[in-house]
Design a protein around this ligand. Structure first.
Ligand code: HAM
Length: 448
């Protein structure tokens, strides 16, 4: 097919055959986060560019190479959000959420934009679920946020993820670390990429997450931040670990995690998989104790994480984790003749009003074609509505799974349908459970 244009490289369409998987994941994420006290927040897809240069940091790959930045018609520099945290901290300040009880626990589902080289699990438009916990310095909050990540994966049935944690200290203890890093990278100066040469003076820690193979090889032997962190940061990290131990959450200390964004302080963590290729970090986060101040607020120690939904789905598919079935068509009304057609429309409308997924022919199909169509869309029941049925006032409801027919009055069809289907589902469940330990009678009470 000769198309005018195709989707932009690194973007994906979510088709109807897949959307129920996202709906399932997204509602589970919001619900689990809700159990932890996180409430949803939504912020705009674009922000003033300086929000990201200041928070994510102007020496990061994200800001230097990956942002979708453009001038709007008013001459302002605008950027499509490359991540969710900065916009949320801006909203926290702008709407005075700091005046509400702290910590403010916020969660979000959001699209993000980064001009990266697309590959499996790396897109230019991708989606994150994230949480931000603003206004607490307690290591218990670090453990709580990490445990939320752990509980999400457990709920979804995802296995074999490695939780890796590190502490990258605070600006105070990082001073000596920067000196040591600078000294180390100075000795390898001739091999560094031009971007990292610039970082050497401005922010040597950023060289540690350069994606160039040469720089990352050099970075592997660089001094590690954990050897330089101050006593309060060390104690904080020890406390975080002891909370995780108490919750029986398994983790690995990985001194090489520094994260790719500048705002992080103290605890950083990632949930990593080795089953989805090179882009194995499914969830990443950490503390950002200085960010609220950086954006104009009072000192408000905070932390959070974000997980990539495309990576999560890749992993769930790789592990063949089953998803709940998409809700299908409960009943298809096959109509015969003009009068019946109108009645079918009214009946479908009534059924839908009672929360039943009902369909009738809106394409002018023949009766045979309507039957075929009902079968194709997997309608659980069909009912034929023609002149005879209109005259007799009785409908024959066919259960498609076994062809069983139930006769019901046309007048009370919408009410009866609900009862018939509940009765049948209960019966099927009872058959399934008979022989198991569950007390079926107690389970179903009065039904049937
Ligand atoms: P991040 O590590 O840049 O952190 O991204 C978080 C997650 O988003 C990654 O672990 C990955 O699953 C997904 N992700 C990132 N880039 C891409 C991409 N190009 N394609 C597909 N998925 C991607 C943040 O964004 C921080 N805001 C997280 C955070 C929240 N830290 C504290 N609070």
């Amino acid at each position: 097919m000769e198309l005018l244009t195709r989707a932009i490289k690194g973007t994906q369409d979510l088709l109807p055959s897949q959307s129920h998987e996202n709906q399932y994941i997204e509602s589970a994420l919001l619900e689990i986060a809700g159990n932890f006290g996180f409430k949803e927040i939504r912020t705009p897809v674009f922000e003033h560019t300086e929000l990201f240069t200041r928070s994510v940091g102007d020496t990061t790959d994200v800001v230097q190479k990956e942002m979708y930045t453009f001038e709007d018609k008013g001459g302002r520099s605008i950027t499509l959000r490359p991540e969710g945290t900065a916009g949320i901290v801006r909203a926290f300040l702008e709407h005075g959420l700091f005046n509400e009880p702290l910590p403010q626990k916020l969660c979000y589902l959001t699209s993000c934009y980064r001009y990266e080289k697309p590959q499996a699990g790396r897109l230019r438009e991708f989606h994150q679920f994230g949480v931000e916990c603003l206004g607490t310095v307690s290591p218990a909050a670090d453990a709580e946020v990490i445990s939320l990540g752990d509980q999400i994966f457990a709920y979804l049935g995802v296995e074999n993820l490695s939780l890796e944690i590190n502490s990258i200290g605070c600006p105070d203890c990082r001073r000596d670390y920067y000196k040591a890093l600078k000294k180390y990278f100075e000795s390898k100066k001739s091999e560094l990429c031009p971007t990292c040469l610039d970082r050497l003076d401005r922010n040597p820690m950023r060289i540690l997450d350069c994606k160039s193979p040469v720089c990352s090889k050099i970075a592997a032997d660089a001094p590690i931040v954990l050897d330089f962190i101050c006593q309060p940061c060390k104690e904080h990290f020890e406390q975080v670990k002891s909370y995780l131990d108490t919750m029986n959450i398994t983790y690995k200390e990985n001194p090489h995690i520094v994260r790719g964004l500048d705002y992080y302080t103290r605890t950083v963590f990632e949930f990593v998989s080795n089953e989805i290729g090179a882009q194995g970090t499914v969830l990443g986060g950490g503390r950002y104790d200085g960010l609220v101040e950086e954006l104009g607020g009072q000192s408000t120690p905070s932390l959070g994480f974000a997980m990539g939904l495309e990576r999560l789905l890749l992993l769930m598919h790789a592990q063949e984790i089953p998803f709940p079935q998409a809700k299908g068509c409960d009943v298809y009304i096959i109509s015969v003749g003009e009068m019946a057609y109108k009645k079918a429309a009214a009946l479908a409308f009534e059924l839908r009003g009672s929360g039943i997924s009902a369909q009738f022919d809106v394409a002018g199909r023949s009766v045979k074609a309507q039957m075929k169509f009902a079968d194709k869309i997997g309608a659980a029941y069909t009912v034929v509505l023609g002149e005879d049925e209109l005259k007799s006032g009785k409908l024959k409801l066919k259960y498609m799974k076994n062809g069983e027919i139930t006769e019901t009055p046309l007048e009370s069809f919408a009410e009866d349908f609900m009862e018939i289907t509940i009765r049948r589902s209960a019966g099927e469940l009872e058959d399934m459970l008979s022989g198991s330990d569950i007390d079926v009678k107690k389970f179903f009470g009065g039904i049937g």
